[in-house]
Ligand binder design. Sequence first.
Ligand code: ZN
Length: 158
Amino acid sequence: MNEVKAFIDNSGEAVIKCPRCHATRVVDVKEYSRLDHIVRFKVTCPCKHVYRVILERREFFRKPVRLTGVCRMREGVPAVDIHIHNLSRKGLRIELMKDDPPAIGDKVTVEFRLDDEKKTLIRKEALVRTLMGRFVGLEFFSIDPYNVYDKALGFYLM
Ligand SMILES: [Zn+2]
């Protein structure tokens, strides 16, 4: 049976797309979004096609944000200003304010403040996963639930 991935958005809904007729529909997945394990369910499309949906786990949920910070790419080179467009427990998508992109696989350090009440500082090492012009997809190098920054991120993304 076909399996399609769906992502939980901010409002607890997921958009699913029929792999046969490509019709999309919005499903309410709030009751699943708090779960930590992978959720699969079956959908019957109006075109009669039956397919299975996998919901992305909560920790991978990407929150659209408008934050600013800096990215340190190499030792001894000044940090580059960045805009952060989305954020998850696993990583973030940034836009560089300077035309000096890193390479895929590079390890960088990002530093930024959340827009919560305390303007919490986050500092994480991350690997460059995707590159599109000035847009860079970063995956955190490590995720440790006891790390102060990971805790703050988890709380922010709840
Ligand atoms: Zn269909």
